[in-house]
Structures are given as C-alpha cells and as structure tokens.
Write a protein that binds this ligand. Structure first.
Ligand code: ATP
Length: 242
C-alpha cells in the first residue's frame, strides 16, 4: 500500500491488563495520516494506556497495534514517532537548549532543529534557563519540544495542554494544525471536552472502550448534542439503555 494512504495507526483487538485490571478489553481503531486526532475521555478511562501501547512501551496481552506500517515499538519507528508523556521527560538540571541539543544528537537530527523546536513551543526567551527554574507549563513545553525536535511523522501527546493558559493552549493547537498541514499525524489526549472542537477527528474512550470515532461535526450531528460533553453523555446514556 502507498505509505501516504496507509493509516498512521491501526489497532486490532488490543487488550491490555495492568495489575489485576483489564484496562483495554479489546480496542480496534484507525488513525488516518495527516490529521489531528483527539483522544478524549474521563480520567482513568485508559487513554495513557492506549497511547503507551501505540508508542510500544506497554506490555500487551492480546491483539495488535501497527504504527506507520510496522508493529508498535519496532526499532525502525524510534525516530519516526515522538511521544510526550504527562510527566516531564527532560533533564531538570540542564537548560532548555542543552536538553534539546541532547535529544537532537540522540536522534541524529541537524542542530538547526533545536532552535526551531524552541521557537515552535514559544520558549525562545527561556532557551538558556535551567528546566528546574521554569514554571510547570513551561516545563511541559520543553517536553513537547523534545518530542518535536526529530520532526516525527507521528506525534503522540498525552495531555499536552494541561495547566496552560488559554492563549498558550490556542497557540499550541494552532501549532498542531500547522504540523498536520505539513503531513504530521497528531494523536492528542485530553480530558477537557472543549478541546474536541479543535480536532479533525475524535476518539471517545470510556472504561477502555471506544464510544465514538468520528469528526466533531459528525459526532454532534449524530447525537443531536450542542457540544462534545453533551454528545459524550448522550453516547453513555445510549449505551446504558442498550
Ligand atoms: N502502573 C499501573 N498498574 C496498575 N494499574 C494501572 C497502572 N497505571 C494505570 N493503571 C490503571 O489503568 C486504568 C487506566 O489508566 P490510564 O492512565 O490509562 O487512564 P487515563 O485515561 O490516561 O487517565 P488520566 O486522564 O487520569 O491520565 C486506571 O484504572 C488505572 O488505575
């Protein structure tokens, strides 16, 4: 299949058990290329577990996940997939620029990507600040820059806008769409339902099950809801009644 047409992610019957809980009982989904796909749902619903399975760091009990045409976690995907976790994944005793220079070297990408990534997350004024002297929101943007620096084809972002003010949130969503327009696929988790309207497509995940896989417009039309939160509740009610 032409790699441009091949989906970025295909999960088929993905089953994950964590501790003694079956967190994902058998998830099947497709993430098309070049779109901003929101993974939304309540806390504890399995979003992080699903994202971990896609980047290949989660032990999987069954089913399969294919990423950019290869099994999730394959060595060949290392520089093609960027992952931003909820916890800071950068060195707190290094400056912003030192961190990104390090990650660029690990990934073997040109040095000019360092300054570009710093600018993309709007941290140029803090490039020489140590990460442990930054605010929480600034620190999470350093992690985002680390995920961006290698220009991955798939960016997996776990709650990247948490704790950010509305202006920064808007700027980051604008950045996500610029990246998607240039061909990057973004899978972005959030438990903030009002971020749904900023996505090209939505996956609604609750208790390990995909309740909806649709465009924001399609979801509202199908549920006759005024917003994503209402649509989500309508889908849960429909499931309970079924
Ligand atoms: N290390 C772990 N060991 C055992 N169970 C875990 C572990 N991490 C998460 N879980 C359980 O897996 C379930 C799904 O957690 P997960 O972090 O994937 O949800 P989430 O939707 O990302 O939540 P949040 O929005 O709060 O991050 C939860 O019930 C949680 O208790």
């Amino acid at each position: 299949m032409n790699s441009q047409l091949e989906p970025a992610v295909v999960a088929d019957g993905l089953r994950v058990v964590r501790g003694d809980r079956e967190v994902l009982p058998g998830v099947s989904l497709t993430v098309p290329r070049g779109e901003v796909v929101g993974l939304l749902g309540p806390s504890g619903g399995g979003k992080t577990t699903l994202l971990r399975s896609i980047v290949g760091v989660q032990v999987v009990a069954g089913g399969s996940v294919s990423v950019l045409g290869q099994p999730a976690g394959s060595a060949g995907l290392r520089s093609r997939v960027g992952y931003m976790t909820q916890d800071a994944s950068v060195y707190s005793d290094l400056t912003v620029r030192e961190n990104l220079t390090y990650f660029a070297a690990v990934l073997g990408v040109p040095r000019d990507r360092v300054e570009e990534a710093i600018a993309e997350v709007d941290l140029a004024d803090h490039a020489d600040d140590r990460v442990d002297r930054l605010s929480g929101g600034q620190r999470s943007r350093v992690s985002l820059a680390a995920a961006l620096v290698g220009r991955p084809e798939l960016l997996v972002l776990d709650e990247p806008t948490v704790g950010l003010d509305p202006v920064l949130r808007r700027d980051l969503w604008d950045l996500f769409h610029r990246l998607a327009a240039a061909g990057t696929t973004l899978l972005v988790s959030s438990h903030v339902m009002d971020e749904a309207t900023r996505c090209d497509r939505l996956l609604l995940l609750r208790e390990g099950r995909i309740l909806a896989d649709d465009t924001p417009h399609g979801l509202l039309a199908r549920t006759h809801a005024a917003d994503a939160e209402e649509a989500f509740l309508a889908l849960i009610d429909a499931e309970v009644r079924a």
